[in-house]
Design a protein around this ligand. Structure first.
Ligand code: CP
Length: 304
């Protein structure tokens, strides 16, 4: 594959190759080798039209650890504010020699469109409510490092599925890797297409928790929320929040995940987020490793 746009485009072999490559890279960095020469002479452009902390910084760190040149583009302060289109912005960056464009955009489908306009590889760093494939890959990598193979593992994803590109990419990738996914959400925060997703749906978090190997809490995306269909914060937290009592219902060897940024005290209690069974900080570190693996596999060959 020349691009990474959707987790659904990855075969099981593709996904395992990325996870195994990330494992090799993690072993290299555990030997205190911080920088590899693999992508010397290549240019990676980070094209961010939406805010980001983890994804933007980890793609930059990943590209630099592979010795690529990195150009960081933020829509704020650019000629996008003068009305320049995505296409013209992309062509401008390509003229500066981009071998890969990492794009985050509020419009679902923007990376797909970009792939038709540029010659380099396009990596989706989150498009609207559609997909965030490198997040799903780093989540799968984090699960595998804690629990071993994902085959038959029961993963529960909880919360604002409607607005979550993380949930969609995780459901697609985890299904491909043989895990059994259950989504738990208020009916008003599930997409109408949910019946076509390869997963189960439940409205009863307390019933699902004791059977979960992994519980992934989603951020309530207030910025995309229409107040008409959101319960009060207190009601949401009471029914769908992972507090201390709910955490106690999970199996002792299960783990808690969150892609960040978190609303502490809303979808997840601070003491749960900070517990030894939380992988939240590991997920961030693993994000650099997975993005190194993705850039290496897309750009490392002779023909890239
Ligand atoms: N998880 C994630 O995508 O975080 P950022 O929005 O900070 O990149």
């Amino acid at each position: 594959n020349r691009h990474l746009i959707s987790a659904g485009d990855l075969t099981k072999d593709d996904a395992l190759l990325i996870l195994d490559t990330a494992e090799e890279l993690a072993r290299v960095s555990e030997r205190s080798i911080k920088k590899l020469p693999t992508l010397r002479g290549r240019t990676v452009v980070n094209l961010f039209f939406e805010d980001s902390t983890r994804t933007r910084i980890s793609f930059e760190a990943a590209a630099k650890r592979l010795s690529a040149d990195v150009i960081n583009f933020s829509a704020k302060g650019s000629s996008v504010s003068k009305g320049e289109s995505l296409k013209d912005t992309a062509l401008t960056l390509e003229a500066m020699g981009a071998d890969a464009v990492v794009i985050r955009h509020s419009a679902s489908g923007a990376p797909h469109r970009l792939a038709n306009w540029v010659h380099g590889s396009v990596v989706n760093a989150g498009d609207g409510t559609h997909e965030h494939p490198t997040q799903a890959l780093l989540d799968a990598f984090s699960m595998r490092r804690r629990l071993g193979s994902l085959e038959g593992r029961r993963v529960t994803i909880v919360g604002d599925v409607l607005h979550s590109r993380v949930a969609r990419s995780n459901v697609l990738l985890l299904h491909t890797l043989g895990a059994e996914v259950t989504l738990v959400a208020p009916p008003t925060l599930l997409p109408v297409s949910i019946g076509t997703w390869p997963c189960e749906v439940s409205y009863d978090l307390d019933a699902v928790l004791p059977k979960s190997d992994v519980v992934m809490m989603l951020r309530v995306q207030k910025e995309r929320m229409n107040a008409a269909y959101f319960p009060s914060e207190r009601e949401y937290s009471r029914r769908y929040g992972l507090d201390r009592d709910r955490f106690a219902k999970m199996p002792e060897d299960s783990i808690v995940m969150h892609p960040g940024p978190m609303n502490r005290g809303m979808e997840i209690a601070a003491e749960v987020a900070d517990s030894a069974r939380s992988t939240i900080v590991e997920q961030v570190a693993n994000g650099v490793t997975i993005r190194m693996a993705v850039l290496y596999l897309l750009l490392g060959g002779d023909t890239a």
